[in-house]
Design a protein. Structure first.
Length: 71
């Protein structure tokens, strides 16, 4: 297992040494993709929270109206 990991690291290191610009592009592209995915997740979560906020506002308003009319 250790040999396998060491060989894999060596092959990556050789690639980086031979194709540094390509490697940097791969890393930057992957980072960008992950950021986009996280941004989409955050946007979806925000949308859900805003919908819930509107639901709660309506519930509070109904509760207030109910207690005002009863009181």
């Amino acid at each position: 297992m250790t040999t396998l990991v060491r060989d894999h690291i060596s092959s990556i290191t050789r690639f980086v040494n031979l194709f540094e610009d390509d490697f940097v592009k791969i890393v930057v592209d992957e980072h960008y993709k992950r950021n986009c995915q996280q941004q989409k997740k955050n946007q979806d979560l925000l949308s859900q929270m805003l919908v819930r906020d509107k639901e709660l506002d309506m519930l509070y308003e109904k509760l207030y109206e109910h207690s005002f009319c009863q009181g």
